[in-house]
Design a protein around this ligand. Structure first.
Ligand code: PLP
Length: 353
C-alpha cells in the first residue's frame, strides 16, 4: 500500500549503532533489546540485521516475542524474556529454547519446579521498585538458587538518562552488594543510557534498546545515527482563505491566505494527536506546521513556504533526519520510545541496507 505512510528502516544505520554502543564497552558483551516488535520496527527484521552485525544475545519482554525472534534467527543466539515465566508460557520457553529473567519469588519457585537445570537469569530491583527480586533478599535467593544454572545477575537503572543523578551511583552500590552473593555470575546493568555512564556500568553484558533505533539522548561517546524515516503522501493541496478554519473543532483559524496540504497520515498511524497545532512535517527542506487537529487518517499542514514542492503525491517527512524523532516526541509531550512503538499497523515498513 504505497499510497499510505511508510517507515523506511535503515538496517545499516541500526548495525552501525550496535557497533557504536559495543565500542563503548569493549570488555563487555553487547546485547540488543528487541521487545515490542523491535521498538515498532519489526522484531524479525531488526534482530536478523543485529545478528549479522555480531550480536549474540537478544532480549524480549514476553516469551511469545522471544519465540518469534527464535524463528527468525535460528538456534544459535541466546534469547532472554525479560518478563519471566508464568504457568501459561513455560512450554514457550522450552519449545523456543528461551531463557527467562526471573523477577519474583513466584517465578523462581515456578522455574525451580519446572526446569531447575535449564539456564535462567535473576533480576534484582536496586531502586526502580518495578520488577525484580528485592536486593535485601539476595543472600536468601543465592541459597535457593544454589545448583541452578544462573547465567547472569541483572538490575535496571531508574535515572540512567540523567548522568548527574545520585541514583546511578546508589544503584551501582546496591547492585555490587547483590553481586557479592553470586560470585562468578556475570552482571548486567546498563540499558542504552546506562552505556554512557562510564566503564563501571558496562559490567559483563549491556542491554541497549532505544539507542539502536536512533532514539533517546545518544550515550556519551557514541555516534548514533537515525534509523527510521516516516513519510506520508499528500492527497490534496488547496488554498485556505482568511477567516476560515482547519479541521475538527475549528481549532486553527487562518488570518491570511495559506496553501494547505492534507496528508494521508493520522493518529491511527501513530502520529500523536497531541501534535495537533504543534508538530511539523518536512517538505523539500521546509518545515511545514501542522494546522488544526490531527484526525484518524488525515493531517493538514501549512505548506505555503514549501512552494512548488507542495503537490498531490509528494511525500512529507514526519520523523527522520530532517524531523528528529526526539524533537517531535518532546513537542508531543512524550518520548521517542512511545512514538516508535506506536507506529501503526497501516504504516508499511520498508527495509533498506
Ligand atoms: C527495555 C529494557 C532495556 C532497554 O532499555 P532502553 O532504554 O531502550 O535501552 C534494558 N533492560 C530492561 C530490563 C528493559 O526492560
Amino acid at each position: 500500500m504505497l499510497s499510505g505512510p511508510t517507515a523506511r528502516i535503515d538496517l545499516a544505520a541500526l548495525a552501525h549503532n550496535w557497533r557504536a554502543l559495543a565500542a563503548l564497552h569493549p570488555d563487555a558483551e553487547t546485547g540488543a533489546v528487541v521487545k515490542a516488535e523491535g521498538y515498532g520496527l519489526g522484531a524479525a527484521q531488526v534482530s536478523h540485521a543485529l545478528l549479522e552485525a555480531g550480536c549474540r544475545t537478544f532480549f524480549t519482554a514476553y516469551a511469545e516475542e522471544g519465540a518469534e525472534v527464535r524463528a527468525a534467527l535460528g538456534p544459535e543466539p541466546l534469547i532472554y524474556a525479560l518478563n519471566g515465566p508464568d504457568a501459561g508460557n513455560l512450554p514457550v520457553y522450552q519449545d523456543a529454547a528461551l531463557r527467562p529473567v526471573i523477577n519474583t519469588p513466584e517465578q523462581l519457585a515456578l522455574w525451580k519446579a519446572d526446569a531447575p537445570s535449564r539456564p535462567a537469569a535473576l533480576k534484582f530491583d536496586t531502586g526502580m521498585n518495578r520488577l525484580g527480586l528485592r536486593a535485601e533478599n539476595a543472600g536468601d535467593i543465592a541459597q535457593q538458587t544454589a545448583g541452578m544454572q544462573i547465567t547472569h545477575i541483572f538490575s535496571h537503572l531508574a535515572c540512567a538518562d540523567e548522568p548527574a543523578s545520585a541514583m546511578n551511583a546508589a544503584q551501582l552500590d546496591r547492585f555490587k552488594a547483590v553481586l557479592a552473593h553470586f560470585p562468578g555470575a556475570p552482571p548486567s546493568l546498563a540499558n542504552s543510557a546506562g552505556t554512557g555512564l562510564g566503564a563501571d556500568y558496562g559490567q559483563a553484558l549491556t542491554r541497549p534498546g532505544i539507542a539502536l533505533y536512533g532514539g533517546g539522548e545518544p550515550p556519551a561517546g557514541a555516534d548514533i545515527k537515525p534509523v527510521v524515516t516516516i513519510t506520508a503522501r499528500i492527497l490534496s493541496v488547496h488554498h485556505g482563505l482568511p477567516g476560515e478554519s482547519v479541521g475538527y473543532g475549528a481549532t486553527a483559524r487562518l488570518t491570511t491566505k495559506r496553501t494547505l496540504a492534507t496528508v494521508a497520515y493520522g493518529y491511527a498511524d501513530g502520529l500523536p494527536r497531541s501534535l495537533s497545532n504543534k508538530g511539523f512535517g518536512v517538505l523539500g527542506d521546509v518545515r511545514c506546521p501542522i494546522l488544526g487537529r490531527i484526525s484518524m487518517d488525515l493531517t493538514t499542514l501549512d505548506v505555503t513556504e514549501a512552494g512548488e514542492a507542495a503537490r498531490p503525491g509528494a511525500r512529507v517527512e514526519f520523523i527522520g533526519p530532517n524531523a528528529p524523532l526526539e524533537e517531535q516526541a518532546l513537542s508531543a509531550g512524550t518520548l521517542g520510545y512511545e512514538l516508535l512503538t506506536g507506529i501503526g499497523p497501516r504504516v508499511e515498513r520498508i527495509y533498506v541496507d
